[in-house]
Design a protein around this ligand. Structure first.
Ligand code: AGP
Length: 370
């Protein structure tokens, strides 16, 4: 096991550090920047299904569901196809309206999640075209789908999903850009600049890992005794906030909630006092001004702000108690980069609390029963 961990203390840390490679591997052979194309046989062979789809329904659980939410933003923005994202466990029991004009995309790291599998079977029976985004090759979900794309993240051992999540976001980005280019909603110039941005993401993750690793460890030390955390983000980074909160609660057992920052006023603001740490994802691109006012509201109530901002940021940084800088990228790819320090934060808080990071209590790597 020590050999498999390649010198890292836990699989989770190893997997966090593998992300420059896993994101790169997920794009390899698919994203051909010089030729200006995205090659994805699973999509291309069934392009008519996607083109004529009334809507796309994404079904998943847990972290994969968070990836699905970001997929919704991506596909709606670039391909202009309506998308709905559903928890597989809810979808399967509510007699959903599905027709043969629907494309159902299941996202699953393991490819074995019972609820996702059952929801897919139901969609298939009702005539939908079903597409899989799985990490484990030849898994049950991969086998029952009509087509799909594997995330090439490599085996994920830590129960808390990290590299599979960023690989899922990579695939969803490729799908959205490919569909948008094909159906004419994404012009060539925008397409070209977006694929160049996407191609640069592995390097940006590498940068984040080396420039924030020590800093995040130090921040984590100050929150070992925290009992609650709020995670806030807007737009593409709202699901990233949900995912940051899920990571923390899974492995550190600290209660954490993710919220769209603007929803704070509708309830969670009542929780804010000097004992409430708030992680806020505030990149330059993506409602920055609105986030600035959210941070003002938090500081007026003495909340402790840990801000994830772009390098060189001043406004949010000046107001925040802790600042984690990440490189700039297009708004749509920012969750891939912003998630990395949040994974590290959850990891180190859990380690300092003495928790079993790779195998947290009560959790299984894949939930194969209801
Ligand atoms: C992630 O950290 C969790 N352990 C969990 O939410 C997981 O994402 C969920 O069970 C879905 O698993 P899957 O991707 O293998 O279907």
């Amino acid at each position: 096991e020590q050999i498999e961990k390649s010198g890292y203390e836990h699989f989770m840390l190893k997997e966090i550090f593998e992300q420059p490679k896993s994101v790169h591997d997920t794009m390899r052979g698919r994203l051909l920047v010089d030729e200006g194309v995205i090659k994805m046989a699973g999509i291309w062979d069934h392009i008519e299904k996607f083109k004529n789809a009334n809507r796309i329904i994404i079904i998943a659980c847990g972290t994969s569901w968070h990836a699905g939410l970001i997929g919704e933003y991506l596909i709606e923005e670039y391909a202009r196809i309506p998308v709905e994202v559903e928890y597989a466990s809810e979808f399967r029991y509510r007699n959903p309206i599905i027709t043969d004009k629907d494309v159902v995309i299941a996202i699953s790291q393991s490819g074995e999640t019972a609820d996702t599998m059952a929801a897919l079977k139901l969609a298939k029976e009702k005539g939908a075209f079903i597409y899989g985004i799985c990490n484990v090759v030849d898994s049950s979900i991969a086998r029952i789908t009509d087509a799909g794309s594997y995330t090439h993240a490599g085996p994920e051992i830590g129960v808390a999903s990290t590299k599979a999540f960023t690989a899922q976001l990579t695939i969803l980005s490729l799908i959205a850009l490919k569909l948008g280019k094909h159906n004419g909603n994404l012009g060539n110039a925008d397409f070209m600049s977006l694929i160049a941005e996407l191609d640069a993401i592995p390097k940006k993750i590498e940068d984040v890992l080396s420039s924030t690793h020590e800093l995040v460890q130090n921040i984590a030390k100050d929150f070992v005794d925290a009992t609650n955390f709020l995670y806030l983000g807007r737009g593409y980074n709202y699901p990233a906030a949900l995912e940051g909160a899920l990571k923390l609660k899974e492995i550190s057992y600290i209660h954490a909630e993710g919220y769209p920052a603007a929803e704070m006023k509708h309830g969670p603001i009542a929780l804010i006092d000097e004992n409430m740490p708030i992680v806020i994802i505030a990149p330059k691109k993506g409602h920055y001004d609105k986030i600035v006012s959210n941070v003002q509201e938090i500081k007026a109530r003495k909340g402790k702000v840990i801000a994830v901002v772009n390098r060189g940021d001043t406004q949010v940084s000046e107001m925040s108690d802790y600042v984690i800088e990440i490189p700039e990228t297009s708004e749509c790819f920012s969750p891939i980069v912003a998630s990395v320090p949040l994974q590290l934060l959850a990891y180190y808080i859990a380690v300092y609390r003495g928790a079993n990071v790779d195998q947290p209590r009560n959790l299984a790597k894949s939930v194969t029963v209801e």
